[in-house]
Ligand binder design. Structure first.
Ligand code: SF4
Length: 124
């Protein structure tokens, strides 16, 4: 009888501890999600809002894609004389209905006047 009580007690304790862990996990994940969304607005990685300029619309890009763009040192306006996306071998020219082109190294719009550290001369 004592052994039976012991196993019942053990079972109830396990249920409570499992329930506590599960409840704690759910609360933790909920809080974590809230913090991520609010911290995204406060950090320097917030996505630019949609504007009239489609080449500046990065809202469809993931954080990883934005980081890749930044890690390559992409800028909208080249400061290197005679080197810009427009004369780079990796540039994807704008289609007729679009204003801005792209780059084969990362997703998203690219200004023809832009530049990054991977600029490569076009070879004939
Ligand atoms: S590699 Fe750099 S310079 Fe060349 S098109 Fe892409 S972003 Fe522009």
């Amino acid at each position: 009888m004592g052994g039976k009580d012991y196993s019942r007690r053990k079972f109830i304790n396990k249920c409570f501890s499992s329930g506590s862990v599960l409840l704690g996990s759910v609360l933790f994940l909920n809080c974590r999600g809230t913090n991520e969304s609010s911290s995204g607005n406060e950090s320097g990685h917030k996505k630019p809002s949609i504007s009239d300029d489609p080449c500046n619309d990065l809202t469809s890009l993931s954080d990883g894609e934005l980081k890749k763009r930044q890690s390559l040192g992409y800028v909208k306006q080249s400061t290197v004389p005679d080197n810009s996306c427009g004369n780079c071998a990796l540039y994807i020219p704008a289609k007729s209905e679009k204003k801005c082109g792209g780059c084969i190294l990362f997703k998203g719009p690219v200004y023809i006047e832009g530049h990054c550290v991977q600029w490569a001369a076009v070879t004939a």
